[in-house]
Ligand binder design. Structure first.
Ligand SMILES: [Zn+2]
Length: 147
C-alpha cells in the first residue's frame, strides 16, 4: 500500500512505495522533482506496518490523541523534526483512539509516546513531551547504530 503524495508542480497524485519515502523521486506525470517526505504522515495500522518494515531510514512514531494537551504541544515539534530530518528519517503519527491495537503492541500507556524504529525493531521509546532537538538526537543515534 503506497503513500499518496501530490506533486507540487502539476498537483497530480503520485503513489510512493513505503521504502522510498525518504528518497527524492520524480513525478510520474510531469517528471518534476518529488522531494523526500518532510511532514509527519498520519497512518493507519496497515500503513504503519508497511512503512516500519520497509523503511531504510529510522522511523519516529508519535502516539497521540486529540484530547491529550501535551500531544497538541508536541505536534509542532514532531512536524519540525519531520522537516529537519527529511531524507534521513520518516515521521509517523498514530492516533491511539483510532488505532489502539498499534499502541497496544508498543505498551503505550501514557501519551505522547515516542518510538524510534529501525528495520522493524524498536531502538528508543519514551513517553512525555520532548522537543524536536531530542527527537532528532534519537533518530541520528538510531541511524548511527545501523551504519
Ligand atoms: Zn507533477
Amino acid at each position: 500500500m503506497p503513500v499518496i503524495r501530490p506533486c507540487s508542480h502539476c498537483g497530480k497524485q503520485n503513489r510512493v512505495p513505503a521504502k522510498f519515502l525518504a528518497s527524492s523521486g520524480r513525478c510520474g506525470f510531469c517528471k518534476y522533482l518529488l522531494p523526500p517526505v518532510a511532514e509527519p504522515l498520519a497512518v493507519d495500522d496497515q500503513l504503519f506496518d508497511e512503512i516500519v518494515q520497509n523503511s531504510p531510514v529510522p522511523v519516529l512514531v508519535d502516539f497521540w490523541a486529540g484530547w491529550c494537551r501535551p500531544c497538541v504541544a508536541a505536534a509542532p515539534e514532531v512536524a519540525r523534526t519531520a522537516a529537519n530530518m527529511a531524507g534521513r528519517a520518516v515521521v509517523l503519527k498514530v492516533d491511539t483512539e483510532k488505532y489502539p491495537q498499534v499502541a497496544g503492541r508498543f505498551q503505550v500507556s501514557s501519551i505522547p509516546n515516542f518510538v524510534v524504529l529501525l528495520g522493524g525493531r524498536t531502538v528508543t521509546q519514551q513517553a512525555g513531551l520532548v522537543d524536536h532537538n531530542q527527537m532528532e538526537r534519537w533518530l541520528k543515534s538510531a541511524a548511527a547504530v545501523s551504519a
